[in-house]
Design a protein around this ligand. Structure first.
Ligand SMILES: [Cu+2]
Length: 229
């Protein structure tokens, strides 16, 4: 019952996925209850203020305290809900956005119209050497911490991997490091979540989560091919 909202979401394969799903559920419940209340008030007034014999329509300018309270009370309630959500979700923010665990693998990710470029540092783990390579898909090992060092070439994009509950804007002039740890092997979709132009919808690729051994030999093979060029 308590997770009926995230029940509609793609399978979670991130170590921090449950923290994100908790916040999505919490906000979903609050918004749902608020929607019922707001629609209830709307329909109440629709019926109670309908045309009646002998009653002339009047204009309310909203200057009395009683009229204003219809705005002020909801404002206070919404602010209270906001603070409650902040209170309940700050630990997730801290865990995911502030305290980055040490990286096992580092990728550079650049957004541009209209593709993601992934740069792997190769076997030596250092960028800017001959064994760097740029795979079409984001290939990572399972159960290891992956850092994504995200930049943008032209406009704002957003790297979105729904199964990882991962979404991070890429912003021209900024370098933003994100992280994740996948818990399951397989292929999962990657999209751009920031409308960036006509090709926004085709800015797709795949997250491929491999077993550690398969990942290692893939890196070795890609690096060797890069060095041979
Ligand atoms: Cu984009």
């Amino acid at each position: 019952m308590l997770d009926w909202i995230v029940g509609y979401m793609p399978e979670n394969i991130a170590t921090f996925g449950e923290d994100i799903d908790y916040v999505i559920n919490l906000i979903g419940y609050i918004v749902f209850i608020w929607w019922i209340l707001a629609e209830g008030v709307l329909f109440y007034f629709l019926f109670s203020s309908r045309k009646k014999e002998g009653v002339k329509a009047t204009y309310e300018d909203g200057s009395t305290m009683k009229a204003m309270s219809w705005v002020l009370i909801p404002v206070v309630l919404v602010l209270g809900f906001d603070l409650f959500i902040d209170y309940k979700s700050h630990s997730a923010w801290d865990k995911i956005k502030i305290q980055l665990p040490k990286a096992d693998v580092v990728y550079r990710v650049m957004g541009q119209q209209f593709a993601w470029t992934y740069t792997h540092p190769g076997v030596d783990g250092k960028f800017g050497t001959g064994d760097d390579f740029e795979p079409d898909d984001l290939v990572v090992p399972v159960h290891q911490v992956v850092h994504t060092v995200i930049s943008a070439l032209d406009v704002i994009h957003s790297l979105w991997i729904p199964n990882l509950r991962f979404k991070q804007d890429s912003v021209p002039g900024r370098i933003i490091t994100g992280w994740f740890e996948a818990t399951k092997t397989g292929d999962y979709p990657i999209a751009c979540a920031e409308l960036c132009g006509t090709g926004h919808g085709v800015m797709a690729s795949t997250l491929k989560v491999l077993e550690a051994d398969a990942y290692k030999s893939w890196v070795a093979q890609q690096s060797a091919a890069a060095l041979a060029q």
